[in-house]
Design a binder for this molecule. Structure first.
Ligand SMILES: [Zn+2]
Length: 269
């Protein structure tokens, strides 16, 4: 199939001629290299051992806030919707070297735009190591008719700088500001806050214009996602002030659409 593009504002004399492009089949650039594929039985075993072990942390991140916690290699973390539908924005740092932090973009290339069971979260260059592996996802949303999925590594995190760009108004109260506050309390700085893993968030790109879109989160009370730490971690979680993200950025989000998220860390005996 040949596609033509009407280029009215051409350059270098190409002018008003219609450009013609050959069509090629898409080639998956990073087709799940061996390191991105985990031994499922091994991780199922690690999950069972952790869940049968001790609960070493059990707390709630209040709505419209962020907290950090630490994990040992092999610990399992379960994040649960303890009240209503709510998305979470997550950051990950190597506990021993916070310069090694989560790399959303490369994780997206190595796996896909939305993560689920047996996908991994990768660290930035030059490290490029698995930081954590997803071992359970109660939603299993898949990809819907609009191309949307859940638990994306597309979005960056809501922030007050972009809010001002859209509304012209100053504000303090976004995943970026919450994560920055929590990062500072853990000895880091705003510069250590990075692009997130958007858990429970339903997102995609429009088919016609490839614009980023959100849908209200399909996650409901009791839904959860679990991951196992592949290295000692400092983990940050923000309960997004967009709540279930049924309200476009820039509009007031009703208080009743925002909820806390529960965090439990399990350790094998
Ligand atoms: Zn947010």
């Amino acid at each position: 199939m040949i596609r033509t593009v009407d280029s009215k504002a051409g350059w270098c004399g190409r002018g008003d001629k219609k450009r013609v492009f050959e069509n090629h089949k898409p080639v998956v650039c990073y087709d799940k290299p061996p390191a991105a594929q985990v031994d499922r039985a091994e991780y199922d075993g690690k999950r069972s051992a952790a869940l049968l072990g001790d609960v070493v942390q059990d707390f709630v991140v209040p709505k419209r806030s962020a907290m950090t916690w630490t994990m040992q290699q092999g610990d399992l973390c379960r994040i649960t919707l303890v009240a209503g539908s709510q998305v979470g924005d997550m950051n990950f740092w190597n506990l021993d070297n916070p310069a090694e932090r989560f790399y959303s973009g490369k994780t997206r290339q190595l796996h896909s735009s939305h993560l689920s069971t047996y996908d991994r979260l990768w660290s930035v260059l030059p490290y490029l190591r698995p930081m954590a592996t997803v071992v359970a996802d109660s939603i299993k949303y898949g990809i819907d008719a609009d191309g949307a999925g859940v638990h994306d590594v597309i979005g960056t995190r809501c922030d007050d700088y972009t809010y001002k760009l859209i509304t012209g108004e100053e504000r303090w109260g976004s995943c970026h500001s919450y994560l920055t506050k929590a990062a500072k309390e853990a000895g880091l700085s705003e510069r250590d806050v990075h692009d997130v893993w958007n858990i429970f968030m339903c997102t995609g790109f429009t088919k016609d214009t490839h614009q980023y879109f959100c849908k209200p989160s399909p996650a409901r009370q009791g839904d959860y996602i679990e991951f196992i730490a592949d290295m000692p971690l400092l983990v940050g979680l923000s309960t997004c002030p967009q709540g279930d993200v049924s309200t476009p950025v820039g509009q007031v989000v009703p208080e009743e659409l925002c909820h806390p998220l529960g965090v439990q860390v399990f350790r094998a005996k």
